[in-house]
Design a protein around this ligand. Structure first.
Ligand code: ATP
Ligand code: MG
Length: 324
């Protein structure tokens, strides 16, 4: 482990660890660019989420960033190393959980993890788990406990459920403690418990300084991201912290109702307050405080609710508009 880390200069927290410039990928048989000129950077230690509908170019982007696919043009550096010309240095810094499973079905979970760890030069090979170094055994047991699959790691992959297989891939990708962990839809197929455990673990991984780069179709998983990049048809359509994306795209609003709806409607009209009947009266705050707005209304109200927009609201408003 020491030998591997010495050769790579660590990136200072907060400095750019992923730099993507004008990245383009056109598959040989593709009619259009799967990735069509995207540029962004990710700071060291960030939790970064890449979002977009099916076919947007997320897996293509991750594959280029993790050196499994060569870009058509543009430049990508991870920790200052170019993904094309310095691929082996990049590989040592990244861990990846693929969208599609890639485990050897005839081996046990632990054997899959062991061969990967040996291949990365982390530990010497021993033909049995009990003969492996203590540090290895501890690391595997800790990760297995964390994802609640202690009982399954010594069983062949082919008899395990999809969710357990996913967890084994996660364990495998974390063995070399990568500086950047890429996860392509990591929670797909996990049950609620597995999903929660994974998030807890990822928060810990991030707190220890690892940059986490994730794609997901579950928008609530990206709410806690430091930055979000939304792509569609290979192009960036929105980029920034979730709070800014939400503020730009969907405003907060209040929902109110009254037993005497006619009176409320008439009062809103008189006061010049714009509203929509949905069927509750929906009023955009547009920077006003809800308190001020409500204080000015004389009609007795039967319902008052403040709607805080979610990232999903923002996402749907962008992607919806594009596909219209
Ligand atoms: N090997 C390939 N050859 C040709 N076209 C491909 C190949 N892989 C992906 N594509 C195309 O590139 C585009 C982007 O695909 P990609 O898998 O990157 O999307 P994605 O955002 O990961 O989608 P999903 O959410 O469904 O995983 C799609 O139009 C897809 O059909
Ligand atoms: Mg994908």
């Amino acid at each position: 482990m020491g030998e591997l880390t010495e050769r790579i200069a660590p990136v200072a927290p907060g400095a750019a660890i992923i730099e993507v410039e004008d990245l383009v990928k056109r598959y040989r048989k593709g009619k259009t660019n799967a990735v069509d000129g995207i540029s962004f950077s990710v700071r060291s230690g960030e939790f970064f989420a890449l979002l977009g509908p099916n076919g947007a170019g997320k897996t293509t982007t991750i594959s280029i960033l993790t050196t499994t696919l060569i870009p058509t043009s543009g430049r990508v550096r991870i920790g200052g190393n170019d993904v094309v010309t310095q691929a082996s240095s990049v590989r040592r810094q990244v861990g990846i959980i693929f969208q599609n499973p890639s485990l050897d079905m005839n081996l046990t979970g632990e054997e899959n993890v062991r061969f990967h760890a040996v291949l990365y030069g982390l530990y010497p090979y021993r033909p049995q788990f009990r003969l492996m170094p203590t540090a290895y055994r501890q690391q595997v047991r800790e990760l297995a406990a964390l994802l609640s699959i202690e009982a399954d790691i010594f069983r062949p992959i082919k008899v395990l459920s999809g969710g357990t297989r996913r967890k084994l891939e996660i364990i495998r990708s974390l063995m070399h403690r990568p500086a950047v962990l890429f996860l392509d839809e990591p929670t797909r197929g996990l049950d609620t418990n597995g999903r929660r455990n994974l998030w807890e673990y990822l928060r810990g991984v991030q707190a220890a300084g690892t940059t986490v780069f994730l794609t997901t179709h579950y928008l609530e998983e990206a709410e806690a991201a430091d930055s979000v990049c939304i792509i569609n048809r290979g192009r960036i359509v929105s980029f920034g912290p979730p709070s800014r994306i939400k503020a730009e795209l969907v405003s907060e609003h209040v929902l109110i109702d009254a037993d005497d709806r006619d009176r409320l409607r008439a009062e809103l009209v008189t006061r010049g307050v714009a509203f929509a009947e949905t069927p509750l009266f929906k009023i955009k705050l547009d920077g006003r405080s809800a308190h001020q707005l409500l204080k000015a209304i004389d009609t007795p109200l039967s319902v008052v609710a403040i709607h805080q927009p979610s990232l999903e609201d923002a996402y749907l408003s962008i992607i919806g508009k594009i596909d219209d």
